[in-house]
Ligand binder design. Structure first.
Ligand SMILES: [Zn+2]
Length: 243
Protein backbone atom coordinates (compact mmCIF):
# COMPACT_ATOMS: atom_id res chain seq x y z
CA UNK A 1 0.00 0.00 0.00
CA UNK A 2 1.69 3.15 -1.15
CA UNK A 3 1.35 6.53 0.52
CA UNK A 4 -0.57 7.87 -2.45
CA UNK A 5 -3.44 5.43 -1.94
CA UNK A 6 -5.57 6.08 1.14
CA UNK A 7 -7.25 3.18 2.87
CA UNK A 8 -10.78 2.46 1.74
CA UNK A 9 -13.33 3.36 4.36
CA UNK A 10 -14.82 -0.15 4.24
CA UNK A 11 -11.41 -1.56 5.14
CA UNK A 12 -11.13 0.79 8.10
CA UNK A 13 -14.55 -0.38 9.29
CA UNK A 14 -13.52 -4.02 8.96
CA UNK A 15 -10.29 -3.20 10.75
CA UNK A 16 -12.18 -1.73 13.71
CA UNK A 17 -14.55 -4.69 13.74
CA UNK A 18 -11.59 -7.09 13.66
CA UNK A 19 -12.59 -8.70 10.38
CA UNK A 20 -9.23 -8.37 8.63
CA UNK A 21 -6.33 -10.77 8.28
CA UNK A 22 -3.20 -10.13 10.29
CA UNK A 23 -1.34 -8.87 7.22
CA UNK A 24 -4.15 -6.44 6.30
CA UNK A 25 -4.11 -5.14 9.86
CA UNK A 26 -0.37 -4.54 9.69
CA UNK A 27 -0.79 -2.66 6.41
CA UNK A 28 -3.42 -0.38 7.92
CA UNK A 29 -1.42 0.19 11.11
CA UNK A 30 1.65 1.13 9.08
CA UNK A 31 -0.35 3.45 6.82
CA UNK A 32 -2.22 5.25 9.58
CA UNK A 33 1.03 5.84 11.46
CA UNK A 34 2.12 8.05 8.56
CA UNK A 35 -1.18 9.32 7.14
CA UNK A 36 -3.09 11.73 9.34
CA UNK A 37 -6.16 11.65 7.10
CA UNK A 38 -6.63 7.87 7.45
CA UNK A 39 -5.64 8.12 11.10
CA UNK A 40 -8.53 10.51 11.66
CA UNK A 41 -10.91 8.27 9.73
CA UNK A 42 -9.78 5.30 11.82
CA UNK A 43 -10.26 7.28 15.03
CA UNK A 44 -13.78 8.28 13.96
CA UNK A 45 -14.82 4.72 13.17
CA UNK A 46 -13.22 3.41 16.35
CA UNK A 47 -15.31 5.83 18.41
CA UNK A 48 -18.50 4.99 16.56
CA UNK A 49 -18.19 1.22 16.36
CA UNK A 50 -16.73 0.43 19.75
CA UNK A 51 -19.59 0.66 22.24
CA UNK A 52 -17.25 0.67 25.24
CA UNK A 53 -15.80 3.95 24.00
CA UNK A 54 -16.45 6.62 26.59
CA UNK A 55 -16.19 9.45 24.12
CA UNK A 56 -19.55 10.99 23.31
CA UNK A 57 -19.79 10.84 19.54
CA UNK A 58 -22.42 12.55 17.47
CA UNK A 59 -22.06 11.09 13.99
CA UNK A 60 -22.95 13.24 11.03
CA UNK A 61 -25.98 12.19 8.91
CA UNK A 62 -23.75 10.68 6.27
CA UNK A 63 -21.89 8.79 8.94
CA UNK A 64 -25.16 7.50 10.38
CA UNK A 65 -26.10 6.23 6.95
CA UNK A 66 -22.80 4.42 6.68
CA UNK A 67 -23.27 2.84 10.11
CA UNK A 68 -26.75 1.76 9.12
CA UNK A 69 -25.42 0.25 5.90
CA UNK A 70 -22.69 -1.42 7.87
CA UNK A 71 -25.23 -2.93 10.24
CA UNK A 72 -27.30 -4.20 7.33
CA UNK A 73 -24.21 -5.76 5.83
CA UNK A 74 -23.46 -7.47 9.12
CA UNK A 75 -26.96 -8.74 9.58
CA UNK A 76 -26.16 -12.43 9.15
CA UNK A 77 -23.38 -12.58 11.77
CA UNK A 78 -25.57 -10.50 14.10
CA UNK A 79 -28.33 -13.09 13.92
CA UNK A 80 -25.77 -15.69 14.87
CA UNK A 81 -24.86 -13.60 17.88
CA UNK A 82 -28.53 -13.23 18.76
CA UNK A 83 -28.81 -16.96 19.31
CA UNK A 84 -26.46 -16.82 22.24
CA UNK A 85 -28.97 -15.47 24.75
CA UNK A 86 -31.39 -18.20 23.64
CA UNK A 87 -28.68 -20.82 24.10
CA UNK A 88 -27.85 -19.34 27.49
CA UNK A 89 -31.51 -19.46 28.40
CA UNK A 90 -31.68 -23.18 27.51
CA UNK A 91 -28.51 -23.88 29.46
CA UNK A 92 -29.92 -21.88 32.37
CA UNK A 93 -33.14 -23.87 32.28
CA UNK A 94 -31.21 -27.15 32.29
CA UNK A 95 -29.19 -25.91 35.24
CA UNK A 96 -32.34 -24.92 37.13
CA UNK A 97 -33.90 -28.30 36.34
CA UNK A 98 -30.83 -30.16 37.60
CA UNK A 99 -30.77 -27.99 40.71
CA UNK A 100 -34.44 -28.73 41.41
CA UNK A 101 -33.86 -32.43 40.84
CA UNK A 102 -30.97 -32.53 43.28
CA UNK A 103 -32.84 -30.31 45.71
CA UNK A 104 -36.00 -32.38 45.62
CA UNK A 105 -34.36 -35.81 45.78
CA UNK A 106 -33.62 -35.85 49.52
CA UNK A 107 -37.17 -34.65 50.19
CA UNK A 108 -38.73 -37.39 48.09
CA UNK A 109 -36.66 -40.01 49.93
CA UNK A 110 -38.37 -39.05 53.20
CA UNK A 111 -41.86 -40.13 52.08
CA UNK A 112 -40.22 -43.22 50.57
CA UNK A 113 -38.72 -44.01 53.91
CA UNK A 114 -41.93 -43.41 55.80
CA UNK A 115 -43.78 -45.41 53.15
CA UNK A 116 -41.49 -48.32 54.04
CA UNK A 117 -42.01 -47.70 57.71
CA UNK A 118 -44.44 -50.19 59.09
CA UNK A 119 -46.57 -49.28 62.04
CA UNK A 120 -50.14 -48.36 62.71
CA UNK A 121 -51.39 -45.65 64.99
CA UNK A 122 -54.39 -45.69 67.31
CA UNK A 123 -55.75 -42.80 69.32
CA UNK A 124 -57.62 -42.61 72.63
CA UNK A 125 -60.80 -44.71 72.33
CA UNK A 126 -59.37 -46.75 69.46
CA UNK A 127 -56.92 -48.33 71.91
CA UNK A 128 -58.59 -51.46 73.25
CA UNK A 129 -55.61 -53.40 74.59
CA UNK A 130 -53.79 -51.98 77.62
CA UNK A 131 -51.72 -55.08 78.36
CA UNK A 132 -48.49 -53.31 77.37
CA UNK A 133 -48.71 -51.28 80.58
CA UNK A 134 -48.63 -54.34 82.81
CA UNK A 135 -46.26 -56.59 80.84
CA UNK A 136 -43.01 -57.15 82.81
CA UNK A 137 -40.86 -56.66 79.70
CA UNK A 138 -42.30 -53.22 79.06
CA UNK A 139 -40.01 -50.29 79.57
CA UNK A 140 -41.61 -47.21 81.12
CA UNK A 141 -40.27 -43.72 80.52
CA UNK A 142 -41.50 -40.52 82.12
CA UNK A 143 -42.66 -37.52 80.09
CA UNK A 144 -41.60 -34.21 81.55
CA UNK A 145 -42.40 -30.80 80.14
CA UNK A 146 -39.51 -28.79 78.74
CA UNK A 147 -41.73 -25.92 77.62
CA UNK A 148 -42.84 -22.73 79.32
CA UNK A 149 -46.11 -22.57 77.38
CA UNK A 150 -47.56 -25.75 78.88
CA UNK A 151 -46.91 -28.14 81.77
CA UNK A 152 -47.42 -31.64 80.43
CA UNK A 153 -46.73 -34.88 82.24
CA UNK A 154 -47.18 -38.53 81.40
CA UNK A 155 -45.47 -41.77 80.44
CA UNK A 156 -44.29 -43.72 77.45
CA UNK A 157 -44.41 -47.53 77.51
CA UNK A 158 -42.24 -49.43 75.04
CA UNK A 159 -42.28 -53.16 74.43
CA UNK A 160 -40.04 -54.33 71.60
CA UNK A 161 -41.39 -57.90 71.72
CA UNK A 162 -44.96 -56.66 71.46
CA UNK A 163 -43.73 -54.12 68.91
CA UNK A 164 -45.84 -51.59 70.73
CA UNK A 165 -45.32 -48.12 72.08
CA UNK A 166 -47.93 -46.28 74.14
CA UNK A 167 -47.83 -42.55 74.84
CA UNK A 168 -50.03 -41.17 77.60
CA UNK A 169 -49.80 -37.46 78.21
CA UNK A 170 -51.88 -34.89 80.08
CA UNK A 171 -51.73 -31.13 80.61
CA UNK A 172 -52.01 -30.38 76.89
CA UNK A 173 -53.39 -27.02 75.85
CA UNK A 174 -56.60 -26.93 73.86
CA UNK A 175 -55.75 -24.28 71.29
CA UNK A 176 -57.82 -23.40 68.25
CA UNK A 177 -54.82 -22.10 66.31
CA UNK A 178 -52.35 -24.90 67.03
CA UNK A 179 -52.10 -28.66 67.03
CA UNK A 180 -49.80 -30.85 69.07
CA UNK A 181 -47.78 -33.10 66.82
CA UNK A 182 -45.95 -36.19 67.99
CA UNK A 183 -42.63 -36.92 66.26
CA UNK A 184 -41.29 -40.46 66.02
CA UNK A 185 -37.63 -39.97 65.21
CA UNK A 186 -35.39 -42.60 63.63
CA UNK A 187 -31.59 -42.80 64.15
CA UNK A 188 -30.87 -41.27 60.72
CA UNK A 189 -32.98 -38.28 61.82
CA UNK A 190 -35.88 -39.09 59.52
CA UNK A 191 -39.14 -38.88 61.34
CA UNK A 192 -42.84 -39.46 61.19
CA UNK A 193 -45.30 -36.91 62.51
CA UNK A 194 -48.61 -37.81 64.10
CA UNK A 195 -51.19 -35.31 65.30
CA UNK A 196 -52.30 -35.77 68.87
CA UNK A 197 -56.01 -36.10 69.41
CA UNK A 198 -56.78 -34.28 72.64
CA UNK A 199 -59.63 -35.09 75.03
CA UNK A 200 -59.87 -32.97 78.18
CA UNK A 201 -56.20 -31.99 77.90
CA UNK A 202 -55.09 -35.62 77.62
CA UNK A 203 -54.02 -37.83 74.76
CA UNK A 204 -53.19 -41.50 74.33
CA UNK A 205 -51.44 -42.84 71.25
CA UNK A 206 -50.58 -46.48 70.58
CA UNK A 207 -47.96 -47.20 67.91
CA UNK A 208 -47.85 -50.81 66.76
CA UNK A 209 -45.32 -52.26 64.30
CA UNK A 210 -41.74 -53.36 63.80
CA UNK A 211 -40.44 -49.77 63.68
CA UNK A 212 -41.11 -49.39 67.41
CA UNK A 213 -37.66 -50.83 68.21
CA UNK A 214 -36.03 -48.37 65.79
CA UNK A 215 -37.28 -45.09 67.24
CA UNK A 216 -34.57 -43.16 68.99
CA UNK A 217 -36.52 -40.15 70.20
CA UNK A 218 -40.10 -39.16 70.71
CA UNK A 219 -41.07 -35.57 71.02
CA UNK A 220 -44.08 -33.32 70.66
CA UNK A 221 -44.25 -29.78 69.36
CA UNK A 222 -46.88 -27.15 68.78
CA UNK A 223 -47.54 -26.87 65.04
CA UNK A 224 -49.95 -24.96 62.81
CA UNK A 225 -53.39 -26.57 62.63
CA UNK A 226 -53.20 -29.74 60.53
CA UNK A 227 -49.57 -30.38 61.40
CA UNK A 228 -46.25 -29.84 59.66
CA UNK A 229 -43.96 -32.00 57.55
CA UNK A 230 -41.09 -31.21 59.88
CA UNK A 231 -41.12 -29.84 63.43
CA UNK A 232 -41.36 -26.06 63.28
CA UNK A 233 -42.97 -25.04 66.51
CA UNK A 234 -41.74 -25.02 70.09
CA UNK A 235 -41.19 -28.42 71.71
CA UNK A 236 -43.46 -29.51 74.52
CA UNK A 237 -41.52 -32.62 75.56
CA UNK A 238 -38.70 -34.86 74.39
CA UNK A 239 -38.12 -38.44 75.50
CA UNK A 240 -35.08 -40.53 74.58
CA UNK A 241 -35.91 -44.14 73.87
CA UNK A 242 -32.33 -45.45 73.61
CA UNK A 243 -31.54 -48.71 75.44
ZN1 LIG B 1 -4.13 7.67 3.97
Amino acid sequence: MTFGQHIEEQQVIDYVLGNLSEQQEINITEHTEQCSKCQAMLADWSQVLQPESEIDVKPSPSLKEKIWEEKERKQIPKQKIKRHPRLLWVMGSVAVLLFLLVELLPKTTVPNYTANSSFEVMHNGEISDDSIQTNPQTKQLEIESIADFDDVSGDIWVNDRYEELLVEVEGLLNRQDKDYQLWLIYPNNTMKGELLSIENGSSRVLIKGKDVSEFELIKASLEPVGGSKKPSGPDSFIVELGD
